[in-house]
Design a protein around this ligand. Structure first.
Ligand code: KG4
Ligand code: ZN
Length: 346
């Protein structure tokens, strides 16, 4: 039975920026009432990566049933919803447009406010769903298939990018390396699992640190080093230990991510460090960052794996903080495939 409207703010959120069709109901930015995630991984797996056109078509099929299910599971009717939130960038343009069109149509039909959300701000806000007491300021490492950003979260709606990748994103490096090893897609969890059986110091893969003080990342050389290692060993007929390659590759990625994030936290003098994005589900990254944070007296936060990868609840959490500050979007809101972080709603 649908409940009547109470003194709490309920946001219906939609996320379709890549290959997950997701809708959620979030209460006061912190409590998940429902979080429906329909993953297309099985469909894209046979192509070794996300095929944008297929992703858009699947979103079209799934978006309405997923939104209906989110309301049903939260036991709320549309009447009880205060605002409709949606990811409008960055992401695949065709995929974003599906969620955006559905959210705009619903906002228009119901007269409810629309709140456009930046996908990375959503990833950061996943931490608010998991940790009720976490409040800015903190430094957040956002690492996913498309992004590797060190963000100083000065306030709920104030972000400073302190470092970012100059080429491949961390998740992209995991996915490309897994493909080279014939492990499958998505590569992150598969490499994570293989690495547990391997020696992280078996192969000395390169770590890129910029000597101009920049906290940026570069992972394309690492991916090439793995390919060179595999090719030269194959030519020599030498045996390759997949667990050792995975563990050594993962160690190289984690070393750089941890080093730069800790430096960022020290530079801003914050005592809270958060992780976000699909790669934040990586067990070695979580453990290493926690250890390094403890050494500088900082507390670590990260969401459970389900909230690290793409989901609409994180969009509802981010939207709440925009909504209560009056940041609503017009119905002319458009998809922005390369939206920069810190761009305000609408
Ligand atoms: O945040 P997300 O779901 O989508 C984007 O916004 O990109 O992140 C997906 C990425 C993929 O590259 C996937 O391989 C990576 O997150 N990933 C992981 C792990 N789980 C997912 N990477 C390393 N270790 C994991 N356990
Ligand atoms: Zn994402």
């Amino acid at each position: 039975m649908a409940e009547t409207k109470a003194e709490k703010i309920l946001i219906l959120a939609v996320e379709t920026s890549c290959d997950e069709t997701s809708a959620a109901v979030v209460e006061n930015g912190r409590k998940i009432r429902s979080n429906i995630i329909s993953s297309q991984i099985d469909i894209h797996q046979k192509f070794g990566g996300v095929v944008p056109e297929i992703a858009s078509r699947k979103h079209v099929e799934l978006i309405i049933p997923v939104m209906e299910q989110a309301l049903e599971e939260a036991s709320v009717g549309l009447d009880s919803i205060d605002a409709i939130a949606v990811t409008y960038g960055p992401g695949l343009a065709g995929a974003l447009l599906v969620g955006l069109s559905a959210a705009k149509a619903l906002a228009f039909a119901t007269g409810k406010p629309l709140v456009g959300v930046h996908h990375i701000e959503g990833h950061i806000a996943a931490n608010y769903l998991e940790h009720e007491t976490l409040e800015p300021p903190f430094v957040c490492l956002v690492v996913s298939g498309g992004h590797s950003h060190i963000v100083y979260v000065e306030d709920y709606d104030r972000f400073e990018v302190m470092g970012q990748t100059r080429d491949d994103a961390a998740g992209e490096a995991f996915d490309k390396t897994a493909r080279a090893l014939g492990l499958g897609y998505p590569g992150g969890p598969l490499i994570d699992a293989q690495a547990r059986k391997g020696d992280p110091f078996a192969i000395d893969f390169p770590r890129v640190y910029f000597n101009d003080g920049s906290l940026d990342f570069s992972f394309s050389g690492l991916k090439t080093a793995v390919l060179n290692y595999l090719n030269s060993n194959a030519q020599k007929g030498a045996e390759i230990s997949i667990p050792d390659v995975c563990a050594s590759f993962q160690q190289a990625v984690v070393d750089v991510l941890v080093h730069n994030t800790i430096r960022a936290a020290e530079q801003r003098g914050v005592r809270q460090i958060a992780l976000a994005g699909g790669v934040a589900a990586n067990s070695h990254l979580r453990n290493s960052m926690k250890e390094a944070a403890e050494k500088i007296g900082a507390e670590m936060f990260y969401p459970r794996p389900l909230l690290c990868t793409d989901n609409a609840a994180m969009i509802g959490a981010a939207a709440y903080y925009g909504y209560i500050r009056g940041k609503v979007s017009g119905l002319d809101l458009n998809a922005a495939a390369s939206l920069k972080l810190g761009t305000t709603c609408g």
